[in-house]
Design a protein around this ligand. Structure first.
Ligand SMILES: C[S@@+](CC[C@H](N)C(=O)[O-])C[C@H]1O[C@@H](n2cnc3c(N)ncnc32)[C@H](O)[C@@H]1O
Length: 489
């Protein structure tokens, strides 16, 4: 593949990265360029490669894209453009596929994968960006010339058909009517699978206007949230240091406006970590819930990679408590060990369900227990652009079984008068209310719900009727974390 500054780059104001300039051999040597040879600009090449890797290799965009950008020497505005194209195309895939299928006159499954991904990328530029139509079409045809040489005519025809209508017109034409099929309509219009839209609507009490606001928020790129380590840094000072803003709710939160958080001194020297504000709030609520009697032995039963263990460990250090952090996956247990270095935390690479049989996890012992359960992650779709298309309803039964078993283990581990926090990064009611009710009913341990709302910052809106709390991206700017607090009688 050769690279040049495409007309799309000029039209969209994207400048060449230095690596691209270096590769422009013919111009530097004065040799005539070969106009017939297909050329692909680097930002689109990066986006295409990332999208193809996600679909072909089950790669994660947030892991694969930085490596591709590095390989291609892209940074600054080029890297930002490539990132927008990659994340945007992956998020919008549902809507784009419906439009591509209509324009092509065939299901997208019947288009070969390289052409299909290139068409998605081209359609995204046409319908969701200000890249001029001629530039979006010509750059995509150039790309297809390289990745699927026989399909340039087809690509040109499909994209030209797409240019005949704007996004709203396509959606009005292709989505089922809101009046008769609201879930189908919202799914197509806002690019989510129907089963996920249905689960959001149910968790929001059937309020379709609010469901729509949530879907819109899921399609935005969220700011990076940092959490300062209590005792090691202060959120207002860190916000100053990194050019961010203190969080709206968590006393430990800092919102970053851009940049790579991994490069920040505060992260590398252990004063702060990347952590959604919702995670900070639920961990802090567990740490501040009233318990009767002693308060020195804390347990995190699903700790990897160590975000909440890092925050809880810092709070435990300030309060003379210790934390046992359990993680079944060895490599994730190692990440926990790194995250809690210097804190009064013991990491156990074992199954959290072994409470009672593992001598390090005795029954009726711990004052505070966190179950941050493995879940579908439907509450953080905005942070993982491809995950909405990967998750399936069939993921739910094995996950909810595991959630119930882990929560039962937590209820065995907590001592009478102590408190268990059950947390998911999913608002799906089967993973939240159903799991909690079922586990509490079957555990054989007497438990009462603790109202979680007063344990969140005063004045926080939209916390519902209690006793559990469901946070929302569109209400709170956090991931959709769920928290139930249970006190053992
Ligand atoms: C939602 S993540 C926890 C996130 C973590 N608390 C944090 O804040 O960084 C759930 C974790 O539970 C782990 N897990 C799954 N099954 C487990 C089990 N039976 N016992 C212990 N950990 C388990 C998964 O490997 C995963 O790391």
């Amino acid at each position: 593949m050769t690279e040049r500054q495409s007309s799309a780059d000029r039209d969209s104001g994207i400048r060449r990265g230095p690596a691209a300039a270096e590769r422009r051999g013919p111009a530097r040597t004065g040799r005539p360029s070969r106009p017939s040879r297909p050329t692909v600009d680097l930002a689109r090449k990066a986006a295409y490669e990332a999208i193809a890797a996600v679909h072909r290799d089950d790669a994660y965009a947030n892991l694969v894209l930085p490596a591709i950008l590095r390989d291609l020497g892209l940074h600054g505005r080029d890297a930002a453009f490539a990132t927008e194209l990659t994340y945007g195309t992956l998020r919008a895939r549902g809507t784009l596929d419906a439009i591509v299928a209509a324009a092509a006159g065939r299901e997208v499954e019947r288009i070969d994968p390289p052409t299909r991904d290139a068409l998605r990328l081209g359609a995204y530029q046409l319908l969701h960006t200000r890249v001029p139509a001629h530039a979006a079409v010509s750059s995509t045809v150039d790309l297809v010339h390289v990745v699927a040489p026989g399909a340039t005519g087809f690509t040109n025809a499909v994209l030209r058909e797409i240019t005949t209508k704007d996004l709203d017109t396509w959606v009005a034409e292709l989505a089922p009517p809101m009046e008769t099929d609201p879930i189908g309509h919202l799914a197509l219009a806002y690019s989510h699978p129907q089963w996920i839209v249905r689960s959001f609507a149910e968790a929001l009490g059937g309020d379709l206007a609010e469901t729509t606001r949530l879907l819109i928020e899921d399609n935005e790129r969220p700011p990076v949230h940092l959490s300062v380590r209590p005792g090691r840094a202060d959120a207002v000072e860190l916000a100053d240091e990194v050019g961010g803003a203190p969080g709206a709710f968590s006393p430990y939160a800092v919102y970053l406006s851009g940049g790579a958080p991994g490069d920040l001194a505060a992260i590398t020297d252990g004063r702060a970590q990347v952590q959604d504000e919702g995670s900070q709030l639920v961990a802090t609520a567990l740490a501040t819930a009233p318990v009767d009697g002693s308060d020195t032995r804390w347990l995190d039963l699903c700790a990897g990679p160590g975000g909440k263990a890092g925050l809880l460990g810092s709070l435990a250090a300030q309060r003379g408590a210790t934390l046992t952090a359990v993680e079944v996956a060895e490599h994730r247990a190692r990440l926990v060990s790194q995250a809690v270095r210097g804190l009064p935390v013991t990491v156990l690479a074992t199954d959290g369900r072994s409470v009672g049989s593992d001598p390090d996890l005795p029954e009726a012992t711990f004052d505070r227990v966190l179950v941050d359960a493995p879940c579908t992650g439907l509450g953080s779709l905005r942070r993982r652009p491809e995950s909405r298309w990967r998750r399936q309803p069939s993921d739910l039964p094995p996950l909810t079984r595991l959630q119930r078993e882990l929560l039962s283990a937590a209820l065995r581990a907590v001592r009478p008068g102590g408190v268990v926090g059950y947390v998911t990064c999913s608002p799906h009611t089967v993973e939240t209310h159903v799991t909690v009710t079922e586990a509490a009913r079957r555990s054989g341990v007497p438990v009462d719900f603790v109202d979680a709302r007063p344990l969140l910052p005063a004045g926080m809106p939209g916390l519902g009727d209690g006793p559990t709390v469901q946070l929302w991206p569109h209400r709170h700017g956090t991931d959709a974390m769920f928290l139930a607090l249970l006190r053992r009688g």
